[in-house]
Structure formats: C-alpha cells, structure tokens
Design a protein around this ligand. Sequence first.
Ligand SMILES: [Ca+2]
Length: 694
Amino acid sequence: MRASGWLVVVLGVVAGMEESGRAAEKPDIVVILADDLGWSDLGCYGGEIRTPVLDGLAAGGVRFTQFYNSARCCPTRASLLSGLYPHQAGVGSMTSDLGPGHPGYRGTLQPHCTTLAEVLGEAGYHTSMVGKWHLHNREGVKPTDRGFAEFYGMLGGYNSCWEEKPFYSRWPEGRSVREYTSAVAGKPGSFYATDVFADYAIDFMGEARRAGRPYFLYLAFNAPHFPLHAPESDIVKYEAMYFEKGWDVIREERMARVKALGLVPQTLKLPERSEVPAKSHAVPSPYAGKANPAWLTLPEERRRDLARRMAVYAAMVDRMDAAIGRVVADIQERGRMENTLIVFLSDNGACWEWDPYGFDGSSGPKNVLHSGDDLRRLGQPGDYMSYGSGWANAGNTPWRLYKHFSHEGGIRTPMIMHWPAGLKERGGMRRDAGHVIDLMPTLVAAAGAKYPDERLGVRVLPMEGRDLLPGGDAVRPGLLCFEHEGSRAVREGDWKLVSLRGDRWELYELGSDPNEMRDLAKSEPGRVRAMAAQWEAWAARCWVEYEGKRSGGVVVKDSPQVVGRPLVVRVTVAGATGDGVILAQGGREHGYALHVSGGRVHFTVRRDGKAETIAVAREGEDFAVTARLGAGGAMELQVGSGPVVRGRAGGLIAVQPKDGLSVGEDAGSAVGDYAVPFPLKAKISEVSVKAGEE
Ligand SMILES: [Ca+2]
C-alpha cells in the first residue's frame, strides 16, 4: 500500500510538470502594504523620494494607473484580506463594534468572510504576516486567528517606530523572538520598526523554504503613517531640499514627472491646492474650509519646521524601500525572483490630519512650532508628530483631497505587480481601474487555490473583485463603489459620482477629467440619478449605513467646541408625538445626544466609543429639557420641573466630534442607541448649548 501511494504522488508531480512546466510550481506570494502613502510619493509614480527597489519592481513588472483602496486603514485592510467590500467584511468604519444590528460596523473581520491567509493556507501555503493588523486585537480575531500561522507586528493602528514594547508582539505566543535594544536611534541592534519588519519577513520566508512549502507573506508596513519617525541619516538627505522647494514646487515637479512617465494624460492640469476640510480637528484652525496656503506666504521659521516634518516622512518611505530591498535580495539570492508574485500598494491616500501645520503629541489640535536645535528632535525617539495637509496635498499630486475621502486623493493608490513567470509586462502600465477587492481572485488564480463556499460551517460571501492576471481591458466592466464615514462614490467606466459627507453628488468624466475638476452634475441630471440609484442599491446590499443621510433636521453650521468643557444643554420641544432625536453632536466615537424613546428622554455621552446614558420620563408632548455634563463626567438630566436624574460618564468630551450639532435628527453616525438619522417629529426651539460654564 505504502509503495503504491508513493508512486501515485510521484507520477502526479511529473505529469504536472510536463503539462505546464514552471507554472505547475506554485508561486511564492508577497503582498506589501504601505500606510498613508501618497499617490506620487514613489519615484516610479513621479515622486522625488528615493525608492530604487520599488522602481525596479515597477520596471520589471506592471504599474496600475487607476488602482483603488477604501480610503482608510481598517476598511482597506478588511477589503484587501477578504476580497469583499469593507462593510461586507464587517469593517465599514474603524474598529468600534456597533453591535449585531449594524452588520457593516462590527470592527473586525466577521465569520462570513474568509482571508487570503485562510484560502492560501488551505492551498498548501506557509502563511505569515509582518506589520500592522488594525482589524482589532480581541481574542479570536488576531492575525493568527484568521489564517496567518506566524505574526510579528502591531495589532493596533499606529504607534512609535522606535519602541518595541508594548506595541509590537509575536504570535502565536511562545515563538522565538529577536532581541533589539530600544530607542537608540540609528545604533546597530536598536529597534526601528521598518527594519525589524524586514528581519521577521526574511525569517518567515526562510521557515517556509525549510518546510519545503510555497509561502504567502503579508508585509504591512506602518510607514509612513504618523507618528513620523526615521533615522537621522535618512532625514538629512531631504531636509534642505524640501525647505528650498516647498510644497508648491514639489507639486509642479511631480505633475511634470507623472506626465513624463505616462501615468496621466499629457493634457492634465495641476489643480489648485486642495482645501483643508472644514470639519477640522485642529480647531480652531484658521485654515479650516480654505485652501492650503502658498508655501512662500509662510514665515521662514514655519517653513523650516514643515520642511523637517516632510523630510522625516520622506525618510520613512526611503527606509521602507530599503527594507523591501532586503526582502527582495533574499528572494533573489535563492533564485526565486522569477516565480515570486510581489504586489505593492498603499491603504489610503496621504494623510491631511488636520491642517497645514500638522500636529504634535497626538492626533488632534495641538501644533508646536519647532525651531533651532529643537527641530532635530522631530522624528527621533520620544517625538510624535505629523506633516499636515499641505504636504499631504503634494503627496497626492495631481489628485484632490486626502485620506478619509472618496475623491481620488483619498482612494487612488500606487500599485505594482511583479511576477516574471506569470505576467507578460516588463515596465508596462495597466490603465483600467482596479481595486483591493481584486487581490483575492488574483491570488486565488495565481496559487491555484479554491475560494470556499463555507468557513467553519458559516456560508462565506462570494468574492466581489476580479482576477487581475489576464489584463487586456481598456475599461473595467461593472461598478466600483465606495463609502467611508459618509464620503461616497460610485465609478462605472470613466464616469464617477462622488460626494463629501452630507453633501450633494458631484459627477466627473475621468477619461477627460481625471482629477475631478469639471463637475457635470448640473448638466447630466439623468446620469446623476441613475448612478446615485446604483450606489444606493450597492449600499443596501453591502450593509452601508450612510452617515450623511438626511431627514429634514437642521445641522448647525458652527458647532460648539466641546472638548474638555462642561456642557449645559437646554431645549424646548413641542408636539412630540413619537420617538426620535432632539439633538446630537458627534457620533460613534465622541459626542452627546438627547433623544426620545419609549416615553422617556435619554441623555447620552460618548467618549472613545463608550456610551453612558441616563433617562427620565416625560409628561405629554410639550416639554423642556436640561442636560448637564460636569467636571469629572457628572451627568444630569431634567425634564420640565421633574426630578433630576444623575449618572456618570468617564469625563468631559475628549475629542472634538467630527459630526456637527444637528437638531431634530442625528445627521452623522449614532451617538446613542438608535438607528440614524432617527428624526423626531416635533417643533424644537430655544436650543442652547453652553460649553465651558457649569
Ligand atoms: Ca492608512
């Protein structure tokens, strides 16, 4: 029996090789994801940042000129790994879990989706992940619970690149770990995340080779996401140049190069500097709602500070390219370059948070103007900063807007595929649209794997994307759809319908107007209606809860600044026959709301996703409400002259909510336990929100 079984195996292998030669051998697969990388940052996409390794992969493979992600860290990662739209996988927003009533917003990969690691593991692949997960750190949903046999990296979204503990970990527990000294910038043997990721990637590839198995390595850098950290030796390559040129010259130079490279039409014009979105967390930013300023209008001290920030960012990209170079060199040394499929892309566009000056300390309103010797601290251990919207705008040249948004600056990513044994192209371009949902069908095809119908007894949703390997289409058939925090888009052929949160639809013909400069919505109302209906149908099918959905309530234009301030909210309601929201400011992360439900008035305070609610009965259809949030989080609620009900939130509102104050509905995501917009049929008057007084 034993001899005959052995014989059958050998015959099978020989037959396979005779049929299709090298292709019978499964390719090794490496998917490399950058974090918050702008569209034109890489040399092969028009950037001045030195990226010779990625440029080399592009020269030996194929670049996609219109490849899309899902605008933000978590949704893109969920979509890339599952082959589904983010909401279908359960990650329509970030990692907050809104509960079973909101299947698109469970904050982590759901049982009805499978992952690239699970599918390729079933096909015999050694599976490993190095880098940033950001799909929740709960037990049962870590990388090693979703198909990756080995993991080293960070489970959360962003943290120091210089400090290993407690941010980076090795799973499964008990595996051998490398030892690094901590936070001694640039010293041999000290920890720097990007370099360490390459160390572990090479370790994991070696393990697979020793086991005699093909491997799938998912290498998800946290570079160049904030906090911007890089070795001084890389920063100095860029600092003086960025100060001399500034973002206006860089934008012009990149524009010229993307044309020279043939990435965009020769007729394309550089748009005006993008605006700083009005809902800025850097409140009160004087730039909110205005365009990024011209570089030379800024004082020299500010320009030196900003040049240093951009230099640190560029150094992170430079260093990431070098780390990828070490991984590629390891593959080359083993003679495996021919049959290794390498994919490189970014999870979203460059990050504008939250105004042209960037932030210091944490993502929020604090900015520090550094000067003199203090500039040298930027990017070093202990520092924490970002580069701001002016540089992010340059990073996304020639597109509009940034990370978070469904305009091209948010969702268009560089995308390189390199696989000499499987792809015809050597330095070519693919000009049809692609999307991260395409990686699942592409890798399933490349690996000869099978996408399952079921996973652990649960039916798995079918793949949404298409196999990229054949190529050859001038225009992608079908629809691509987008939604993130109310920014929506649908693309069919070269037509794209797009909106900001809560705003009207804009219509663009990307074939002649790739950077969304000529809005045709007014002249093509029929097309707007038809495409909007396509988007609505997609949203309903994929569990999208559109945050900008409006119901006739009022959104207050200049919402109160509530961070760290005691609140007193007063409002008069008349003719309230049913349930609904009286007023709300904020959403699923931070904010407060008053709503009526089950004959009671509810007061909710939400901090970091955690909601505290107190409620009191109301008498009749007409009533006045007073709600207070005091120091230390003391909550009070009173209806009319009735009893005062008390509760306690964790503290005052800690982050200025993105969703403005709305009256008569909750126009953003839900602060309280209701389904937005939850309009209240009533006359609401005498609304007063006092922030900063007890
Ligand atoms: Ca990101």
